[in-house]
Write a protein that binds this ligand. Structure first.
Ligand code: BGC
Length: 784
């Protein structure tokens, strides 16, 4: 489907067979390695050339002033931006007396492979220096999923035609200069050299740098140790200054001889721990890693991933590109969340500095749905992070004159990091998204301790927000006015259907959870009157419907607005927000990203109870010609509902768009980091879309249907302590309980008892045929 691909299409690998320096920044994102705590972009070992150097530690950011032309009450004053921490990846190489640099000499071969099963990035190159010496360099890099502080590189040099003197400089470098500092000069100044040196050590083969961020006051320690293997005469020396610690390794190699360096790097940061404690912490992490050595790290990585894929793999038959893309997507979603442990999962994971390293609702509504069924522990951790940030969210609610907790639209540390913009302050739906994720996780795992200790508090504080944000009118109907829903081309709108339905289920879930945990509810100050008020608000929630045209409204009055003039909008005027004023987008029928359509998926049980399939199809058909997909969060949602309403070809095109967003750099900004929500959306499009998977309370229901292109789709899910396999062919679906106690699921309307005795196969009926809805001019999926 995509021509001129940069990467080969293989089921378990992403391989680049030659290097294009113009596309370096994109490949650095695609080849980024991370465990959710440490993130290394796929920069070349020798550091240069580079697109964007990047080493990140989840939660390490710097503060900078947020500029406003005019002051206003409640505007966040400080911005947070992820910083490039001390770079431990560097291994510079001198060949005779010339630096190994791809921009000079002759590159005979250059291949990089991201291995999705082994969790390593491998590189092989053969290079002839300008003076005519030819060498082979091999490196293998990993960021350990098993030991969260650790990343490691094995680097090997071999001369191919003559005796060669080589020098490897293995470094830790802080305050690397970055190619394009951020737009705002005040922010750029704060982010230039953000790390103040505190300590540097170089001893034997060990290196350590400790720094502290100037404004946010976070201490960062990075240490490295090395195992060097070379011919007799190989020597090492170490030195350090404030921002650089270096081990220099020299050797003279005959053709066929190799110099190999195994470098292990440990990372740590803290807002509280002392300098000596941080130094000890990273030294201890190095000692733990040294225990099993390089081979141990490689073996642990494989074992971690074998375990993950055993209950998370998705197989697509008949479409090799989507097969590779969904595994690539799952791998990066896992990397983003696996070891984040009570930290945010940023929109770009730890693959780039796009969006300033902020986390949005992307986490709860895109990333966590995938992890709930594939790596559930990571979900509990991500939501515990939200719980830890409740004090900031309560303060924000108070500042806005509201009760409960107003979670930030974008953040690193839990405080609002969005400069004033309607979407920032008024996108209250993030509260319901968090609540929804907590309910989803609890139902899918049966983790009642989590419900009592974490979900309950999140539900109560968000329910309080909704109760204070909305109001009953004189008929008793509950309205939530003046909010921004998922579609950022509408703002300060009344009764956004997504927000109202999500708030409704938030309020009901809070009241239900309080009933299940009365003591904890009392401790949180909830009494019967308060939870009755939540139920009352939920049950009288206003949902806008236009009788004349027979569709649910995205928000009250939306369908009355003038339609956007799509016919006069040129292809190069997208994304619209960069070519038209927001005020005009706000007052017209034009949709940046799925909103009502997303509600039909996330609040499917409300729609099932209140309308039939034809209504859902009519809603979808109404919103399709208005939705321009100026956000990468849209295609996957449209894929799910397109599949649900039987538009399988359209669903396929949307799924492919979500899937190839980064492998094909569809939005031309993969260089800033991967689109983790869209990658997660690939799984959602396949599992929820074509698999038709829906959670109804604590039961799973499947309404499978395959697009023509797929001959078979198979996926595995973790659910309430079981592992379940679902295999779908064009006319039947097979369910197998792989591990765990018997389970009842539903296939369409049929109850299916799975007891581990073997697979159950049932027929898949063809969906009802309906005319395919139109998309705005120039905005069809798969349109060049
Ligand atoms: C989208 C938001 C999203 C953010 C980060 C924006 O373009 O409109 O919904 O949260 O990107 O991915």
């Amino acid at each position: 489907m995509i021509t001129n691909r940069t990467y080969t299409v293989e089921p378990w690998r992403v391989r680049e067979t030659s290097i294009n320096l113009d596309l370096l920044a994109q490949s650095e994102s695609v080849f980024a390695l991370s465990n959710g705590h440490v993130g290394w972009r796929g920069n070349l070992d020798e550091g240069e050339p580079h697109g964007l150097p990047g080493s990140y530690l989840n939660g390490v950011y710097e503060l900078h002033p947020l500029p406003y032309a005019e002051a206003g009450y409640g505007y966040p004053e400080a911005g947070q931006t992820v910083i490039n921490v001390t770079n431990g990846k560097l291994l510079r190489l001198l060949v005779d007396d010339e630096p190994f640099d791809l921009r000079y000499g002759r590159l005979r071969k250059h291949e990089r492979t991201l291995d999705l099963r082994r969790g390593v990035l491998e590189r092989t190159c053969e290079w002839t220096s300008p003076a005519g010496t030819t060498i082979r360099v091999r490196s293998t890099r990993l960021v350990s999923l098993a030991q969260r502080a650790i990343a490691a590189v094995e680097y090997e040099v071999e001369p191919l035609d003559s005796r060669t003197r080589v020098v490897i400089q293995s470094e830790l470098v802080a305050n690397e200069s970055l190619p394009h500092p951020d737009g705002d000069p005040r922010a750029a100044k704060a982010l230039q050299s953000p790390l103040e040196p505190e300590e540097h050590i170089a001893l034997g083969t060990r290196l350590l740098l400790v720094h502290r961020t100037r404004e946010s006051g976070l201490r960062v320690a990075v240490a490295a140790d090395h195992v060097v293997d070379g011919p007799d005469g190989t020597g090492t020396s170490a030195e350090s200054v404030d921002d650089v610690a270096r081990l220099t390794i020299t050797s003279v190699l005959e053709p066929g001889q190799r110099l190999r360096v195994q470098k292990t790097v440990a990372h740590g940061w803290s807002g509280a721990r002392s300098r000596p404690a941080m130094g000890d912490q990273v030294d201890a992490a190095l000692a733990a890693a040294a225990h099993g050595g390089w081979d141990g790290l490689v073996a642990e990585q494989r074992a971690y991933l074998d375990n993950f894929w055993a209950s998370a793999d998705v197989e697509v038959h008949g479409d090799e590109e989507i097969q590779q893309a969904v595994r690539f997507a799952l791998f990066h979603v896992l990397q983003a969340g696996a070891r984040a442990e009570k930290r945010a999962i940023p929109a770009k994971g730890l693959t780039g500095s796009g969006y300033d390293g902020h986390a949005f609702w992307d986490t709860e509504m895109f990333v966590l749905p995938v992890l709930t069924y594939t790596a559930p522990k990571a979900v509990a951790e991500a939501l515990r992070w939200r719980q830890d940030t409740l004090p900031a969210a309560r303060d924000r609610a108070t500042q806005l004159g509201l009760s409960g907790a107003a979670f930030p639209w974008r953040t690193i540390d839990g405080s609002e990091g969005s400069a004033y913009w309607p979407a920032g302050t008024a996108a209250f739906h993030v509260a319901a998204d968090i609540a929804h994720a907590a309910v989803r996780y609890t139902a899918a795992t049966g983790d009642t301790d989590f419900e009592r200790d974490t979900a309950l508090e999140l539900l109560v504080e968000t329910a309080r927000l909704w109760r204070s944000l909305g109001h009953h009118d004189h008929h008793g109907v509950f309205h939530i006015d003046g909010v921004t829903g998922p579609d950022e081309y509408s703002a300060i709108a009344d009764d956004n259907t997504y927000t109202n339905l999500m708030a409704r289920s938030n309020l009901l879930a809070a009241a239900d959870a309080c009933e299940r945990h009365p003591d904890e509810a009392t401790r949180l100050g909830v009494d019967d009157e308060e939870s009755a008020a939540w139920r009352d608000a939920a049950e009288s929630m206003h949902i806008s419907y236009n009788d004349e045209i027979g569709v649910h409204e995205q928000h009250a009055g939306f369908t009355r607005y003038q339609r956007w003039d799509f016919a006069s909008t040129a292809a190069d005027q997208y994304p619209l927000m960069l070519h038209f004023p927001y005020f005009d987008l706000y007052r017209k029928q034009v949709i940046k990203q799925s909103d009502l359509v997303l509600a039909m998926y996330t609040c499917g049980s409300w729609f099932d109870a209140h309308c039939d399939e034809d209504q859902i199809a009519a809603n979808f058909a109404y919103y399709e010609p208005l939705t321009v997909r100026d956000s990468s969060l849209s295609a996957c949602c449209q894929a799910i509902v397109a599949a649900q309403t039987g538009h399988l070809r359209l669903a396929y095109d949307y799924a492919a768009e979500a899937a190839l967003i980064d492998l094909a750099d569809l939005e031309h900004n993969t260089s800033d980091g991967l689109h983790i929500a869209s990658l997660a959306g690939t799984w959602m499009a396949l599992v929820a879309g074509f698999g038709g998977t829906r959670r109804e309370g604590d039961c799973l229901r499947f309404t499978p249907r395959l697009p023509e292109k797929f001959s078979r789709l198979a996926f595995r899910l973790q659910f309430r302590g079981r592992c379940l396999s679902v295999e779908i062919d064009s006319d039947r679906a097979t369910y197998t309980l792989l591990t765990g106690d018997p389970l009842i699921i539903r296939h369409l309307e049929t109850e299916v008892h799975l007891n581990g005795d073997g697979p159950v196969t049932l027929p898949v009926p063809a969906p009802k045929r309906r005319p395919t809805p139109e998309q705005p001019l120039h905005r069809r999926p798969n349109e060049p």
